[in-house]
Design a protein around this ligand. Sequence first.
Ligand SMILES: [Zn+2]
Ligand SMILES: [Zn+2]
Length: 291
Amino acid sequence: MNMNIVEKALEEKYGDYLVGLDIYETATSLILSRIVLNKEARNSGIGTQIMTDLINYADKNKQIIALTPSSDFGGNKNRLIQFYKRFGFKKNAGQYKHYGFKDDMLRYPRGINESKTLIKNLLREALDKTITCQNCGWSWKESESAKSDLYVCHKCGHDNSPKKSLNESVMRNDKVDAKKVADFVNFAKQYLGIDDDIKVALAFSRTPDIRTTAYYNFSIPLIKIYAKDRAIIDICRSIAHELVHHLQYLEGRLLDAIKDGEDGSPIENEANAVAGVIIRKWGKLHPEFYV
Ligand SMILES: [Zn+2]
Ligand SMILES: [Zn+2]
């Protein structure tokens, strides 16, 4: 809704010098879409007076002023940009970007811009962590170091790069991660004493047979695990869980797949508990997977 308050006030005060003035006003913004002075008023300081009144009004009401300098009305675009910059207008980009405005330049009311900068600085401080060398104790700030050798100690040369936690690393559809999972499958099978050639397949898209995160078919036998966007550790836990079911089947204890698969059933509790143990054993054997 156009409130028109400041436009009317400016027209009343400067009407003799104005050819056209269009300001779209809301409670939080002023869009200056057109301001044209007559020839006599140009370069006389009237434009500066009008802008001063406008920004005082905007500051008082905490309104953003938006505008797009253009040469449509005889002005020089670059000179207009310089003119508006003197009043605190910034390019609507980068840290001053406001997605609510399509206009080229914005002027944030006094106070708002300062708090934006403060929050940015606080964020930067919080993100600028200190790295301490595990070898010699020397410490440095993240911002003081180049990205490429951020973790390399400048005093003793020790590489302090954090080891990626298996807890955090998300499964990628590549050979490196497939090898990690394959190694785990062999370990879990060995631990459970399963020596048949049950297939373990990873799915990276939904197919009709993989509506949940895991699927076990004892007649092939096959375990299929949904792997997309899941942490490797969770995928391994699912595999261990289904391998326990396979063992239960081999031992003749898996009688009713639906009933036995229900949450809280003894068969299901056993699968969860044993899978947890296998994961812990695997983690102890592979401390490099845990920070
Ligand atoms: Zn060091
Ligand atoms: Zn289960």
